[in-house]
Design a protein around this ligand. Structure first.
Ligand code: ADP
Ligand code: MG
Length: 709
């Protein structure tokens, strides 16, 4: 594709495009630049922009991190010691901050006496004294934890608010005496007067000014249909609620709006695509039945079902956009091959793209092995680093149509690769690809069918937000005879026993992987590198075994050579980096040892574990946790969940809880839209109704003859 030319919009890039632009609020006033919001000068605007707040809507969407309930005001004398309370009192003597001290010296604490008729109390500040000045007679409301210091009541660093008269106590309490929102703030914001207090004031001003112009984007009657409060009310309550319940109800209303806007965008794209012409590739009558009859195993019911689903979709005269989802080891390759054969049978070509050379190579061999009994020829492998003559020959074959199935890495989407009649593009392990790459592949043909495959288990809620515009097929069944992979977490002190176990397993005819997070020891890192690990094992504990080291910096030929020798059983233990993370399929491998497991994400570990347990024999995954002495609760929780369950969906949910949606099981690359308010677990029940409203909205758009942007 010529530089500068925009690839045709496809659904694959959709999530990412939605991501940064996704507004919680839409419409004119919400898009007001942050600089234009009254009360925000240039410097404040700059500080806010650094936090990603570029518009009025961004500002309003920045909900409080948490609230403190200060709605109950108690007399000083009755304030329970050690508890957070709110008090209202009068300042007894004027208090000016102490004079500045020389650099590096600590300034003395600064304090003020407050009384309320029932008793007295000292407020003390150890830092930032200069910000707290009082005149005698000032009435302030303050919140904090009351302590006894040298026999007197005292509060350190209270939150407080100057009250002008008794009326304020009831009416406009902003910082205390009510449910008070707490916003996180950066050092720079504090400098610009936007610490917690300043930010609250700014927020209240912004709300007061913009509430009248904020309107929902839901279709007419939507709020009533869904029993939702007004958006303005929700914004008000989300920031300055009467109580905590009101805050949560308001947040849910905003979450609904946000999910609606997201679903509306996805629905719009889905319909645009559905309107595009594509090629009808009829279901295979010959090749697929022949293939299924010739493979050495019975397809599972789930495989057969998705093969049918995909076939039916390809037969429609529209471009297919389908996500094939199946946990690690569920047998997606066979399904992809069936789709490819349907294309071949109707005279079309197929491109199958994999994220690593090792995987592309493996697919190439698997496809050839499975397809040749069915009489299918013309399967080639295209990858980087091939000799020029070889490459030229491959490209000629692809361009002439002699090549029926081109398997490859990113090499497939390079410029010189032109297909004669591409009918189907398959992307394996799609989460490993950048959005642009996937788009480039689907741009290799007109209106082609697209099948993207993933083992990244996504909870339904996430799938709906990520892939709301794709049809989804799920393989929810494992081939028979698979055993659970026994997963354990071990301290490095267990390594001797682990090595002995490897020796035993090899003696029983099994093979194993030992995976390290990095290739070479670097000065900065104390990680045992794959190379150092390999040398240590080869010298000592595993010296009787056939060991090989595999990492990404080896030449393509070396990698291929090692992988095929491992597949042939000529190597007992493969010491590797994460080059083997996805896709690799050697059924005789029964043990996966992961060194520095604490450094890996849940998705990676799940994938790595998926390399074993592919045959019928017992399989083991040993997670060596080098951080076990340290205080790394996150890592501990990850490893624990992994030991608890084999179920990818379950793990994805755990991940969602542990890390939040942006990080879930490798979805960051897949372009998870950034949700500001909605929480995919807590607000899962809102997705369906939000989508229903999105459909209505798009229906109405269509009727109004409005152009899609
Ligand atoms: P993934 O879904 O992780 O890509 P693969 O397609 O690599 O899984 O399949 C995993 C292994 O299971 C392969 O060795 C494959 O040959 C085998 N396999 C696939 N389907 C079946 C089946 N129905 N019965 C038995 N083995 C199967
Ligand atoms: Mg696979």
């Amino acid at each position: 594709m010529p530089a500068g030319e925009k690839p045709p919009a496809g659904p694959l890039e959709a999530p990412v495009e939605v991501a940064p632009a996704l507004p919680l609020l839409d419409g004119e006033p919400a898009r007001l630049a942050i600089e234009e919001v009254p009360g925000i000068g240039r410097l404040r605007a700059r500080a806010l922009r650094k936090l990603g707040l570029a518009t009025a809507a961004d500002l309003l969407a920045r909900l409080p991190r948490r609230f403190i309930d200060r709605s109950r005001i108690v007399p000083i004398a009755e304030a329970p010691i050690g508890e957070e309370v709110t008090l209202v009192g009068t300042v007894r003597t004027a208090s000016r901050p102490p004079p500045p001290v020389r650099r590096g010296r600590r300034s003395p604490p600064h304090s003020v006496e407050v009384e309320d008729g029932s008793g007295r109390l000292r407020c003390v500040w150890f830092q930032g004294a200069r910000y707290h000045t009082f005149e005698a007679g000032d009435v302030i409301a303050l919140s904090g934890r009351v302590e006894i210091y040298r026999g007197r009541r005292q509060v350190s660093h209270p939150e407080y608010e100057h009250l002008s008269d008794a009326e304020t106590v009831r009416a406009g309490l902003l910082h205390t005496g009510t449910v008070v929102p707490l916003y996180g703030s950066s050092a720079e914001m504090k400098e610009r007067g936007l610490g917690s207090r300043g930010f609250r004031r700014l927020m209240r001003d912004a709300l007061t000014r913009s509430l009248s112009s904020v309107g929902t984007q839901l279709p007419g009657g939507g709020e009533a249909r869904q029993g939702l409060m007004g958006l303005g009310q929700a914004l008000q309550d989300a920031h300055f609620p009467a109580d905590l319940g009101a805050a949560e109800r308001a947040r849910r209303r905003l979450a609904f709006e946000e999910l609606f806007l997201l679903q509306r965008e996805l629905e719009r794209r889905r319909r645009q695509l559905a309107g595009r012409p594509g090629r009808a590739i009829p279901a295979s009558r010959e090749l697929v039945p022949r293939l299924l009859a010739s493979i050495p195993f019975e397809p599972t019911a789930a495989q057969l079902r998705v093969i049918d689903e995909i076939g039916a979709d390809m037969a429609r005269p529209r471009p297919m956009r389908r996500l094939l989802h199946g946990d690690v080891g569920s047998g997606k390759t066979l399904v992809a091959l069936c789709a490819a054969l349907a294309a071949v049978e109707s005279g079309c070509q197929t491109a199958l793209m994999a994220p690593t050379e090792i995987l592309a190579e493996q697919h190439f061999h698997t496809l050839r092995r499975l397809a040749s009994p069915a009489g299918v020829e013309g399967i080639v492998l295209l990858k980087g680093g091939q000799r020029a003559v070889v490459r030229r020959e491959l490209l000629t074959g692809i361009a002439s149509g002699a090549v029926r199935i081109a398997v490859g890495t990113h090499a497939l989407i390079e410029e010189g690769v032109c297909f004669a009649r591409l009918g189907l593009a398959v992307v394996d392990e799609q989460h490993r690809f950048g959005v642009a790459q996937r788009t480039r592949l689907s741009a290799k043909g007109e209106g082609i069918d697209l099948l993207i495959m993933t083992a990244t288990p996504i909870p339904r809620s996430l799938a709906m937000t990520l892939y709301g515009d794709l049809a989804v097929s799920v393989i929810d069944e494992m081939p028979p005879g698979r055993q659970a992979v026994r997963t354990v977490r071990r301290d490095p002190s267990h390594r001797e026993r682990i090595h002995a176990f490897l020796v035993d397993q090899v003696a029983e005819g099994r093979q194993a992987y030992v995976v390290y997070p990095v290739i070479e020891e670097s000065e900065r890192s104390d990680l045992n590198s794959a190379r150092a690990g390999f040398e240590e094992l080869a010298r000592g504990p595993l010296k009787e075994l056939r060991l090989e080291l595999l990492h990404g910096r080896l030449s393509a030929d070396d990698k291929t050579g090692i992988m095929s020798r491992f597949a042939e059983g000529e190597i007992d233990v493969l010491v590797a980096t994460t080059v083997i993370e996805v896709g690799v399929d050697v059924p005789n491998a029964a043990v996966m040892v992961v060194e520095h497991a604490e450094r890996f994400g849940l998705a990676q570990l799940h994938q790595l574990r998926g390399r074993v347990g592919r045959g019928a024999s017992a399989a083991y995954c040993i997670l060596v946790d080098h951080a076990s002495g340290e205080d790394d609760a996150g890592a501990r929780a990850r490893l624990h969940s992994l030991c608890e369950t084999m179920d990818g969906f379950e793990l994805a949910r755990k991940d969602l809880e542990l890390r939040g949606p942006g990080e879930v099981m490798g979805t960051r690359q897949a372009g998870m839209p950034e949700l500001r308010v909605a929480h995919l677990l807590r607000d899962e029940d809102l997705l369906e109704p939000a989508r229903a409203e999105a459909r209505i909205a798009i229906d109405e758009e269509g009727e109004g003859g409005e152009e899609c942007p």
